[in-house]
Design a protein around this ligand. Structure first.
Ligand code: F6P
Length: 366
């Protein structure tokens, strides 16, 4: 195996708390092995423009462990296989510029690349690996929807933020005897809504894995008014689906983006409740608050362990692999396998069972 001398690292897709902790871990481990390490700015976009590459030293990562965001920047439009081409002000089609990425990788004389990302960025990483770039992956996403790892970093912080919001909403909902519907992120998986909904004492949790009907939702709300505290808290995953209906999006998918923007389901549910029960209802969207701020202790530790594991994979020449948490260990798994299937909330999970036992409605009760 060729000895490792220079490696690169990039962060791709939506940011997640813990990215800086990963960068710090990878940089420190690489430097301690005598390797040079280069930070590639704005995800794979930085490999299309070698001017976006900078050498990283210990000082560059000093003090970043607890910071949200990513010092390298990121984008969810940087897919080199589908680069948007504009005619006028609007992108209308895409072109494949992945050969340029391979060329620039060689020009930079890098021996390996660490790609930190969710399913989108790791899919790009896998395709570049198949084109000959020695890549290792690190799983990141607040959505927690990546297979082969029990949890991704960023998820715990997002759940804490959403739980904190539910705590705060309780008092105002109670004061005004209102129904509060909170929308959280998670894309096509309900992990954030489920975990923060239970931890934050929600009465109704709506997730994409369980299509809902308004009747049981309204029944639960009425139960709270007729036999209880006269307010209700609902949490809706942005991808929650009304039975027989569709996910609510805010518009058409942009060219060069993998997914449409989801949003609007909490507003829909709040309006339906007000119409059907007459109870005063309000909705709010937590949005990008869930991606910001300091990572929790759990996410800092997980990100650090995954980062160290990635450097060990490079050292062992195990490319096309990513680090994953399979408690109690950090283990290598194939990127191809991890991206082959989205990790959704299993309907037979003890967490769903626990929620049902507590009387939480998922909107599917008869
Ligand atoms: O994948 C992370 C995520 O935050 C999703 O939960 C959400 O649907 C999406 O990204 C939002 O993307 P953007 O930052 O482009 O609005």
């Amino acid at each position: 195996m060729k000895p490792i001398k220079r490696i690169g690292i990039l962060t791709g897709g939506g940011d997640a708390p813990g990215l800086n902790a990963v960068i710090r871990a990878v940089v420190r481990c690489a430097l301690s092995r005598g390797w040079d390490i280069y930070g590639i700015r704005e995800g794979f976009e930085g490999l299309l423009n070698p001017g976006m590459v900078q050498k990283l030293n210990l000082e560059d990562v000093s003090g970043i462990l607890r910071l949200g965001g990513t010092i390298l920047g990121t984008t969810n439009r940087g897919n080199p296989f589908q680069q948007p081409v504009s005619s006028g002000t609007k992108a209308t089609k895409t072109v494949d510029r992945s050969d340029l990425v391979v060329k620039n990788f060689k020009r930079l004389k890098l021996d390996a690349l660490v790609a930190v990302g969710g399913d989108g960025s790791l899919t790009i990483a896998q395709k570049l690996f198949e084109k000959g770039i020695p890549i290792v992956g690190i799983p990141k996403t607040i959505d927690n929807d990546l297979s082969e790892t029990v949890v991704t970093f960023g998820f715990d912080t997002a759940v804490s933020t959403a739980t904190d919001a539910l705590d705060k909403l309780h008092s105002t909902a109670q004061s005004h005897q209102r129904v509060m519907c909170v929308e959280v992120m998670g894309r096509y998986a309900g992990w954030i809504a489920l975990h923060s909904g239970i931890a934050g004492g929600a009465n109704v949790i709506l997730i994409p894995e369980i299509p809902f009907r308004m009747d049981p939702v309204c029944r639960k709300v009425e139960e709270r008014y007729n036999h209880g505290p006269r307010f209700a808290i609902l949490i809706c995953a942005e991808g929650a689906i009304p039975y027989g209906g569709q996910m609510v999006t805010t518009g058409e998918k942009e060219v060069g983006r993998e997914h449409p923007h989801l949003g609007g389901i909490a507003d829909f549910v709040a309006k339906e409740i007000q119409k059907k029960t007459g109870r005063e209802s309000r909705s709010l969207v937590l949005g990008h608050l869930q991606r910001g701020g300091e990572p929790t202790t759990f996410d800092r530790l997980l990100a650090t362990r995954l980062g160290v594991g990635a450097v060990e994979l490079i050292e062992a020449g195990k490319f096309g692999q990513m680090t994953a948490l399979q408690p109690p260990h950090i283990v290598p798994v194939s990127i191809k396998k991890a991206i082959s299937k989205m990790k959704k909330v299993p309907l037979d999970s003890d967490v769903i069972r626990a929620a049902r036992s507590l009387g939480i409605s998922f909107g599917d009760e008869s």
